[in-house]
Ligand binder design. Structure first.
Ligand SMILES: C[S@@+](CC[C@H](N)C(=O)[O-])C[C@H]1O[C@@H](n2cnc3c(N)ncnc32)[C@H](O)[C@@H]1O
Length: 279
């Protein structure tokens, strides 16, 4: 194994979801990825748990920060109807327009606005419910976003904050050292890869009281390998001299053979926190 992962100079946001990397060209791919994830059992279960936790009610005001395709803004809008309002804050114009289109097609009253998690376009104590899912991993200043959540919640208001912790990634089969090299490379270039484990502490530091903690693993179909992701990580690990080309090829062969037997395990764990602003 060659040199270790580079210094801070190598650390840069690589996610297409990071606001620095937003382009029209990537929007279609992002929508596809979000729709696939939304259909997975782990995401569905974590969302059901979190919606029960915040329990949005008719007449309330809800905000979905980093709404993406708006799927959960629509769920919140249905829960606060009649008399309430659900707003999705989404900085990516392509995703925002998909969310608006889907709301219109569904006859759902959710509305979507431009904005940033670190400076929400909302007043103090303005909302009853905050939803923020898989956004903190893209933020270089997640503490600021946690403070913003606390600022916009009215006393007694609830938040569901959900995110992945990329250090929980599992890939099997494969030489564990080679697999670790792929994961290490990914962690080094992500913005906030350990987002999941930090959520509760960040909300507590912002003055919120934690009510519940939850988790679900996002598990890939055992007969499939997510080749675009694996290849991206494999090539990056070779480029960084963390593994040799031979080790990379052996990993690809191991995964191909295992997929034929339905024996691939690829997963990552998502965590969730339900909290409220003390009255
Ligand atoms: C992985 S997607 C999650 C979308 C949606 N919350 C979901 O779970 O399906 C990350 C979302 O965060 C948004 N995002 C990235 N940086 C943001 C920021 N600074 N403020 C608000 N949203 C941001 C992206 O545009 C994208 O919609």
């Amino acid at each position: 194994m060659g040199r270790t992962v580079g210094g801070m100079g190598d650390v840069r946001p690589t996610s297409a979801f990071h606001t620095d990397n937003i382009t029209d060209a990537t929007t279609g791919r992002l929508v596809g990825a979000l729709d696939t994830q939304a259909a997975s059992a782990g995401v569905r279960r974590l969302r059901e748990w979190a919606h029960r936790g915040v329990a949005a009610r008719p007449g309330e005001r809800a905000v979905d920060i980093g709404a993406g395709t708006g799927s959960e803004t629509l769920v919140l809008a249905a829960a606060v109807t009649p008399g309430g309002e659900a707003i999705g804050v989404e900085p990516n114009p392509g995703l925002r327009s998909i969310a608006e289109q889907r709301a219109a097609e569904a006859g759902n009253p959710a509305r979507f606005v431009d904005g940033d998690a670190s400076s929400l376009p909302l007043g103090d104590a303005d909302v009853d419910v905050v939803w923020c899912e898989r956004v903190f991993q893209h933020l270089s200043e997640p503490d600021r976003a946690a403070a913003e959540i606390a600022r916009v919640l009215r006393p007694g208001g609830r938040v569901a904050l959900l995110d992945t912790d990329w250090a929980t990634s599992i890939l099997h089969p494969g030489d564990p050292e080679v697999v670790a090299a792929l994961t290490t490379g990914a962690l080094a270039t992500a913005v906030n890869p350990y987002a999941g484990r930090r959520l509760a502490g960040q909300l507590a530091a912002a003055g919120l009281e934690i009510d519940d903690l939850g988790s679900q693993a996002l598990i890939q179909d055992p007969s499939k390998v997510t080749w675009p992701l694996i290849r991206m990580l494999g090539e990056a690990a070779v480029r960084r001299e963390l593994i040799t080309e031979r080790q990379r090829d052996q990993l690809y062969d191991d995964l191909t053979a295992a997929a034929k037997q339905g024996a691939v395990h690829m997963s990552v764990t998502m965590f969730g926190v339900i909290a409220h602003r003390p009255a």
